[in-house]
Design a protein around this ligand. Structure first.
Ligand code: NAD
Length: 733
């Protein structure tokens, strides 16, 4: 697990975990690491220690399998705290051992891996721009609990460490050098070890800048260490902490315990010597390890997304598809984005529209032009070379000729949301493409099974639902029609993996999963408006609950005529009148009477002045006079989140959703359901099923049956069941 050798009086402690693809910190590796370090410290012939790795990456952090298991065991706070502080005590012991330690960072050094580097006295990294260095814990609801919140700000100051600690920003070695995170770069491993050995021999008595020797010669933390850029209690420190805290709350609305804990670690820890500071960090780390937020975030954001990315839903018996050529029908907003991400993944792309001009430049900005503009931006940001950009563009062929689709492995249709147009292009395309080719529709509303009716190969017909803007949104919702085969699903998942997006797989139904649940958020906002609730309160309730945008603002973005079209279609298909659909009356009024259909026409719930910020339209007050008594914001937050979560339960029970994990992953990645909850179903577990059912009954009595819990959910709550079988997970990992 750890290779130990001594060369020229320098000990090499080199990580090489056989059981894991990358080195991670768990009980076994920590034990082996500690033994190797102790050996080096005890050996009088050893003048210094180099920590490195035999693998391509250095150490990528704590073993999250171990953390997940811990979450699912019932543990008391004292046990958790003792474990949390053990690593801090160990690293502190190494840091003060009296021998110089150098971290030779040969690849990714993340989380606990980078905290080992921070404990070391000197850091040299291999100059590979692909290497990531940083502390990403905050992204999954945790904090760097092995000294990161203390050593990093002591090293580079509070201001520079804030984005690294609070947002988990990762750097490449050159950037890390510039920021002062590492001391030197090396081009080869030999050079790196040579430099490290030289530094060790030149600095036999090196101690950290935040340490000093006491009268007995022992290394202890300085009580008057000056933090670069200003101490906490200095005017500069106050200038950073006060607005910093405000900015953090402005972004998170206090929903994310990790960010609050990190701010506290920095504020409290930097005022005391490092020994005490590390214990403060361990206390806050313990708090997070006991939190529901961290448990849910680790589960969804790390494990479930990771599994989905690996193709968990892919039928295993189908060999991997060798997708090389893809056809895209419709070079509008969606088609042009799909063309870009496909060409970026190295695929040959045929981008077909009704005319060559459209395929080149639909609406002036779409078509192949869209990729040209994105390539330009990427080059100007230094993220793509000129040659890479040209090669990408050369892979996209705009055309108006179906014949160009010959030999395509996959075709994605993104023409107008119109049944007849879609039927025509399906037939014309199937006449040209190989019989093995898969045909995917990017429809946002039309059931896949019904679109597949015109297909001569319905088993190869599938839904591939992208989100806008395609190049930024990470999720693809794959929809299985009644006749869709395992083969079509496998090919589609292989494609989604290739373009580096996360797939979820759902069964066919109106609005599928994501549009259906997202629609409940906007509709609830409109219902509140119609009740006379202050629109400012509504919008703030959405954001304070953790949604990225208020329900009215996002309705404007998506456009109300689209909601109107979908509701009209629902009316036609189900007989339910638009006025009886939640949000329907408001949508109808805004589209039919007021012609305020949203941002694209610069008037909706908001006004969009040419030269200023949008603001809520004054006319709202006249149409929906404010109620004398306004509800509490907490009540509104609950109403907005419960509504979405309950719809996810219905999707699960109706079989639209195939897995609990897909519900959570889809909700966060598709429409921005708050990540701190872990997703729609994790949110219910966070509240407790019993409480959720009780809340929903109360909401249903007040606002209508859309809030009424399902019988199955009621049963689950009564029997103490959960969506996730975590006890099994605790056993399994
Ligand atoms: P769009 O109007 O921007 O683009 C449609 C394109 O299809 C136009 O360029 C048009 O010229 C072309 N087209 C029309 N008939 C054609 C034909 N017979 N052959 C080839 N091209 C043809 O529309 P969009 O927003 O890109 O939406 C496309 C599809 O994606 C729709 O089904 C829509 O519901 C779905 N969708 C849209 C979004 C979104 O946010 N806009 C999100 C997910 C899915």
């Amino acid at each position: 697990m750890i290779k130990y050798s001594v060369n020229n009086s320098v000990a090499f402690v080199s990580w090489n975990m056989e059981s894991e693809p990358m080195n991670v910190i768990n009980q076994a590796s920590t034990k082996a690491f500690a033994e190797a370090m102790e050996t080096a410290i005890a050996d009088t012939n050893v003048k210094g220690i180099i920590i490195t790795s035999e693998k391509d990456s250095f150490i990528v952090g704590a073993d999250l399998k171990m953390i997940r298991k811990m979450f699912n065991q019932k543990r008391d706070v004292e046990t958790v705290f003792n474990e949390a502080k053990a690593l801090n005590l160990l690293f502190r012991k190494f840091e003060t051992c009296g021998k110089p330690i150098v971290a030779c960072i040969n690849g990714h050094a993340l989380g606990g891996g980078f905290e080992i580097c921070l404990m070391a006295h000197y850091r040299i990294a291999l100059n590979n721009p692909k290497t990531k260095i940083g502390l990403p814990e905050a992204k999954i609801g945790l904090l760097p609990g092995a000294g990161g919140t203390q050593r990093l700000p002591r090293l580079i100051g509070i201001e520079k460490s804030a984005p690294l600690l609070l947002e988990g920003k990762e750097l490449n070695p050159a950037e890390a050098l510039k920021m002062g995170l590492i001391h030197e770069l090396a081009e080869t491993k030999e050079e790196m070890f040579e430099k490290a050995t030289k530094w060790i021999l030149a600095n036999p008595k090196y101690i950290q800048p935040w340490d000093e020797r006491n009268s007995k010669g022992m290394i202890v933390g300085k009580s008057n260490y000056n933090i670069p850029g200003g101490n906490i209690q200095s005017p500069q420190g106050a200038m950073l902490m006060l607005p910093g805290t405000a900015m953090m709350y402005n972004k998170t609305y206090g929903n994310y315990p990790a960010q609050i804990a990190i701010m506290r670690c920095v504020y409290e820890g930097l005022q005391v010597p490092i020994e005490k500071a590390l214990m403060i960090e361990s206390r806050y780390f313990t708090q997070l390890l006991m939190s529901k937020e961290a448990k849910n975030m680790v589960r969804t954001l790390f494990f479930s997304i990771g599994e989905a990315n690996k193709g968990a839903a892919r039928p295993k018996h189908i060999p991997e598809a060798k997708i090389q050529k893809i056809g895209i029908l419709g070079a509008g907003m969606m088609g042009s984005g799909i063309a870009y991400v496909s060409a970026l993944a190295g695929l040959e792309v045929i981008l077909k529209d009704t005319t060559l001009e459209n395929a080149e430049k639909s609406n002036g900005i779409y078509g192949k032009e869209y990729s040209r503009n994105l390539v330009k931006t990427q080059i100007s940001k230094g993220k793509m070379t000129q040659e890479q950009g040209e090669a990408l563009l050369n892979r996209i062929k705009p055309t108006a000729d179906y014949a160009d689709l010959q030999g395509c492995d996959l075709v994605i249709e993104a023409v107008f949301e119109n049944r007849e147009v879609k039927a025509t292009v399906t037939k014309e395309t199937e006449a040209i493409i190989p019989t093995t080719a898969v045909f995917g529709s990017n429809t946002s509303t039309l059931p896949i099974t019904s679109l597949a009716e015109v297909s001569v190969r319905p088993e190869n017909f599938i839904g591939i639902h992208f989100f806008s803007p395609v190049d930024k949104m990470p999720l693809v919702e794959i929809i299985i029609g009644q006749k869709t085969s395992d083969y079509a699903l496998a090919v589609t998942i292989d494609y989604v993996k290739k373009i580096k997006k996360t797939p979820i797989v759902v069964n066919d139904s109106r609005g599928f999963y994501t549009s259906r649940c997202f629609g409940t958020y906007t509709a609830e906002g409109m219902e509140m408006l119609a009740e006379g609730i202050n629109p400012i309160l509504i919008e703030n309730a959405g954001k304070m609950a953790g949604m990225p945008v208020g329900p009215l603002a996002v309705s404007d973005e998506v456009s109300l005529d689209l909601a109107y079209k979908v509701m009209k279609q629902t009316e036609a298909d189900t007989g339910i009148k638009i006025e009886d659909i939640p949000g329907g009356k408001v949508v109808k009024k805004f589209v039919e009477e007021l012609n305020r259909i949203g941002k694209k026409v610069k008037k909706g719930f908001y006004e969009y002045p040419e030269d200023g910020q949008k603001y809520l339209w004054e006319g709202l007050k006249e149409i929906y006079p404010l109620k004398a008594e306004q509800p509490d914001i907490e009540h509104l937050k609950k109403r907005l989140l419960h509504r979405q979560a309950l719809e996810a339960v219905r999707c699960l029970e109706e079989g639209v959703l195939r897995t609990v994990e897909d519900a959570d992953v889809g909700s966060i990645l598709a429409w921005g359901f708050p990540a701190y909850t872990g997703g729609t179903l994790s949110y219910i577990e966070m509240i407790g099923l019993e409480q959720f059912v009780k809340d929903c009954d109360e909401l249903a009595d007040k606002y209508g049956e859309r809030f009424r819990p399902t019988e199955k959910l009621r049963e689950m709550a009564k029997n103490g069941e959960l969506f996730y079988k975590e006890a099994e997970v605790a056993e399994m990992v």
